[in-house]
Design a protein around this ligand. Sequence first.
Ligand code: TTP
Length: 229
Amino acid sequence: TRIELPRPDYTMLLNGSKARFTVCVEGNIGSGKSTLLNHFSKFSDVQTFQEPVQKWRDVKGNNLLALMYEDPKRWAHTFQAYVQMTMVEQHLQPCQAPVKLLERSLYSGRHCFVENLYKSGKMTNAEYTVYCEWFKVITQNLDVGVDLIVYLRTDPDLLHARIKQRARCEELTIPFHYLSDLHSLHEDWLMGTTGSLPAPVLVLDANDTLANMFKKFEEHTSEILCGKL
Ligand code: TTP
């Protein structure tokens, strides 16, 4: 008779990481990404990784997020280079649960924020090129893949109001056109045909009340945690 040996869990050998499924949540500023992460953090099979905004606000005493909004021509490249580095750290963090849930990813920095800053003249061609070269080296050489993107799709009008309400001090000067430009870039990247998607996309309409968003999270739990699209 044939004896079936238990199959070794090879993923355990990779940085002690057990994650089988990596999901990232994307969406414009204020679209509710942290809310989704908080909701799923109560599942024992999920480990969540919040975006390191706090780090960006205190880099050895320098608030890079504030500097970027105050003087983007001077600081956008420095800020985005640092965001990229902290995102790589998130992607490479070992995960002790079968599902790794990330707030944002390397990819939205590249395809939405940096694209916007370059197109609007806030980054020079040299700065943009250096950033993109780093992005290429990282994505071609490090284990930064994702299995699913959850897109919280929102109307920029609604976001403008939400951002004012939450009153994160660095963001008080964000003009409406900045949000609508970022919205178009999220749309082009996640709904369009740019061909630069690292994973399939689950789209959730996030122009909704908090109570309804929690209902949607419940309804889509199996897709979000197992990728059954
Ligand atoms: P978001 O990453 O959109 O996070 P959020 O706190 O708005 O998320 P949510 O409300 O959906 O939970 O942006 C955080 C801040 O960082 C925001 O001011 C935009 C800025 N930012 C950039 O300027 N460039 C970037 O590449 C990223 C990722 C964020």
